[in-house]
Write a protein that binds this ligand. Sequence first.
Ligand SMILES: [Zn+2]
Length: 112
Amino acid sequence: MFAGGDIGNAGYSPTNCADRAALFKAVSEGARRFAAIAIVGGPQGGAPLRATAPCGVCRQALYEFGGPDLVVLMAKNEDEYTASTLGALLPCAFGPADLEAAPDAQNAKHPE
Ligand SMILES: [Zn+2]
């Protein structure tokens, strides 16, 4: 289990969500495939007001390592949550298989 927290930035764009912070921590420690992620969010210093879904950027990052079958638990607390899959939250996703199918695109992103 890997935990993460939002990493804010005054410029907003460089801000990193807790979902990706946990994902990147796990990947940096050698994990590559995941069965599920639980997401809980709320106002700073306060209790969550509702279940929190991952943002679009996090969905794309999670797809890279979890694929469409990754279970996403969107929780308000440990008793109130909704379960879904990344495939349902990110239909028609672009992933590693798309790069394998288009070698020219892969070479453009990773020149030797
Ligand atoms: Zn996010």
